[in-house]
Design a protein around this ligand. Sequence first.
Ligand code: SAM
Length: 218
Amino acid sequence: MGLLRRLYYDAFSSFYDPFVRLHSKDKQEGLRGFLVARAKVPEGGLILDLCTGTGAVALAFAKARKEASIVVGLDFSMGMLRRAKAKALSLGLCNVALVQATARALPFKPGTFHAVTCSHAFYELNALEMAGMLKEARRVLRPGGRLFVMEYETPKKPVLRVLFAIRMLTVGWKGLHTLKDELTCFSASFEGVTKETSPSGDSKLIIATKQYYSFGNR
Ligand SMILES: C[S@@+](CC[C@H](N)C(=O)[O-])C[C@H]1O[C@@H](n2cnc3c(N)ncnc32)[C@H](O)[C@@H]1O
């Protein structure tokens, strides 16, 4: 199953950027700008972008922070990472590292990152991967660090609503259950969870904080 999904994303990587441009026009730039602006990472901070794909968010951070921060883009698809690398090279960015790994077993020490992001990929994970990703994101964040997950809101137009529902079915029954009570699912791994709507109104940003002190068994 994991191998098939990876092969699917490898094949999709050739069309991913044109596909996103086609279906979202110029909205994606604005969305990424919103995410970068909300994640106030200190000078010299370390940022991890999970399921980075062709690197849209990782490269937006790298451009915005110049050499002041290091951004790591992680994905399990080599096809996607090759595209991200080509884009980073063409932009002359040298503060980006790209790592092939699964989001539910991160190859980093606990407390490494100031911020972890995941844009428009959480809904493509199955229930096991969702839970694993949240647990791992918490582990690799520093105390006080934040996880930013951006996803589409349920569309208002009936046709788009049906397509969205079909897409949601791919996360499986347990995944759907998780999404029904999304904020509770994030709260199982994080102490402070809030939700904001993007300026365009069609995406949401879930912000989950790893508090300095936790008294539970997380
Ligand atoms: C829809 S793309 C989103 C890409 C990017 N974040 C963006 O905003 O354009 C989903 C990405 O998640 C990656 N992915 C899916 N499941 C994954 C997993 N378990 N571990 C790591 N990457 C995964 C895919 O390879 C793909 O690149």
